[in-house]
Write a protein that binds this ligand. Structure first.
Ligand code: ADP
Length: 482
């Protein structure tokens, strides 16, 4: 591709130079020719109109040997007429027949053709007609007297102007030659500033097409190619980022599917094994063990139902098909309701469970039942991940345009490296503990989705072995687009 642009450039510049030179040459040569012709005729008119020469010629025609006399007058004025004996000659012709009587070069004189001007002179008129197309120019003037009738004839074969134009042609050809060299030089320069960056860009584009984003093209020029190069680099970066995030989300999708299968298989396996044992044992099991087996089967079924419900909810979030009912409601009342609902559970684990509000809380705009679901999840996590007899504090207040609710416990805590991940689907720091307490690992991811839809956020502080403090922040006015 580069080569073809390069060749095109050279050809264009070449054609330009040749065309320019041809036009200049044609004008120049035409100009020189016209100048020469005009100069000839105006000089002839000037000389023959001058009183002395005209009078002398008329006087010569009156007597004997008129032709010779006239020739002498012309010879005396050779300089003024520009006669040199080679390109320009003078002749005296017979006024009746047009044949040459005498002149500056008899070789030429004996082969004279009868031109339009000679015919004009033979008819008694002055022949000054310009014959531009022919390779000769002439002037024929009739002179009549008692000594007979004659024609003064000056002829120029234009050799001088032809020679001059030949010389000009040489100069123009030489200029074209130099132009050629210049065009090659210019093309090299153009190639360096245009073709080379395009070649680099092409190579980089080929690599990008093959999935290699490592090559960046360097071009800080302010011209169009510079802009194109930078745009290309930006595009490659963007593409690289997109592909990276696609890979990441593909990876996350695989992990998610693996997690779902695993989470669902576990309860199915235990239900199946308990059911099989019950079936095989028949009546041989004592009623207590039988009752226990049945309870396990029911609780595992409940667990499965919960996982499936949570997954369904999450997939509705993902699909955007879940409607939120945004309305004003009392944040304070919601907190109190959730607190009361969890009181029994907390008491069963002998937790010191208290609620304290920093002043009165305003009404906020949001989906009340979903917000309560978030609060419920925060509190139930605190209860689950705190050893019995722990301390759990629920506090709430207003700050800026937001309300907040903090749930602080002195439970098992979360290691630093897991802090960012607990909102991920199925992520659990301690699988056994979560399972034992009926967790699915989906609670916080659902809470996160809900809070995000409210333009809210979570903040989290935790120390393993010391406890956790999780806070949800919600804008009082609700989400900007909700
Ligand atoms: P789960 O159903 O397992 O409780 P969540 O999504 O609610 O799932 O929480 C994810 C994980 O975050 C939990 O498994 C637990 O490891 C950790 N976690 C959440 N809250 C607390 C807390 N208050 N103290 C310690 N760990 C917590």
């Amino acid at each position: 591709m580069g080569r073809s642009i390069y060749t095109k450039l050279v050809v264009i510049i070449l054609v330009l130079i040749v065309a320019l030179m041809a036009v200049v040459g044609a004008f120049l040569m035409g100009g020189v020719r016209n100048f020469y012709i005009n100069e000839f005729y105006s000089r002839m008119q000037e000389v023959f109109a001058s009183a002395d020469i005209a009078a002398d010629l008329r006087a010569a025609a009156e007597g004997e040997g008129a032709a010779e006399l006239m020739a002498n007058i012309l010879r005396a004025n050779m300089g003024r007429l520009g006669v040199d004996g080679s390109t320009r000659n003078y002749f005296i012709l017979d006024g009746e027949t047009g044949s040459c009587l005498t002149g500056s070069d008899m070789d030429v004189g004996s082969h004279l053709t009868v031109t339009r001007n000679i015919l004009t002179a033979l008819s008694g008129e002055e022949g000054y007609a310009v014959s531009a197309g022919e390779d000769l120019m002439d002037v024929a003037l009739p002179v009549r007297g008692a000594g007979g009738s004659y024609i003064i004839y000056i002829i120029d074969n234009k050799d001088l102007v032809t020679e001059l134009n030949g010389e000009l042609l040489q100069i123009i050809l030489r200029a074209i030659g130099i132009g050629l060299l210049i065009s090659v030089g210019l093309s090299l320069l153009l190639a360096k500033t245009m073709v080379t960056p395009i070649q680099h860009l092409t190579r980089a584009a080929e690599k990008v097409a093959a999935g290699d984003f490592s090559e960046k093209v360097d071009n800080s020029a302010q011209d169009e190619i510079g802009v194109l190069t930078r745009t290309f680099n930006d595009m490659a970066d963007q593409l690289e980022g997109n592909i990276e995030s696609l890979k990441n989300s593909e990876q996350m999708r695989r992990e998610f599917v693996a997690n779902v299968s695993h989470e669902l298989r576990t309860p199915v396996t235990s239900i199946r094994s308990y059911a099989e044992t019950l079936e095989a044992a028949g009546d041989s099991l004592d009623p207590e063990t039988e009752q226990h087996f049945l309870e396990v089967i029911v609780s595992e079924s409940d667990r499965m139902t919960k996982i499936v419900q949570d997954l369904l909810l999450l997939s509705r979030f993902d699909a955007g098909s879940l409607q939120f009912d945004f309305a004003s409601f009392s944040f304070e009342k919601s907190i109190r309701d959730v607190f009361d609902a969890q009181l029994l559970e907390a008491q069963q684990h002998h937790h010191d469970f208290r609620l304290s509000l920093d002043g009165s809380l305003p009404e906020i705009r949001g989906d009340r039942s979903r917000i309560e679901q978030v609060l419920m999840n925060m509190i139930s996590n605190a209860i689950k991940y705190t050893h019995d007899g722990g301390r759990i504090r629920v506090t709430a207040g207003v700050k800026g345009g937001e309300v907040y609710c903090t749930v602080r416990d002195n439970g098992v805590g979360i290691p630093k490296e897991d802090l960012n991940r607990i909102f991920e689907r199925f992520y659990r720091v301690d699988k056994t503990r979560s399972r034992a307490t009926g967790g699915t690992g989906l609670g916080l991811s659902i809470a996160h989705e809900i809070v995000e839809r409210h333009d809210g956020r979570f903040t989290l502080k935790s120390q393993p072995g010391k406890g956790t403090s999780i806070t949800v922040w919600l804008p009082i006015g609700g989400p900007a687009h909700g």
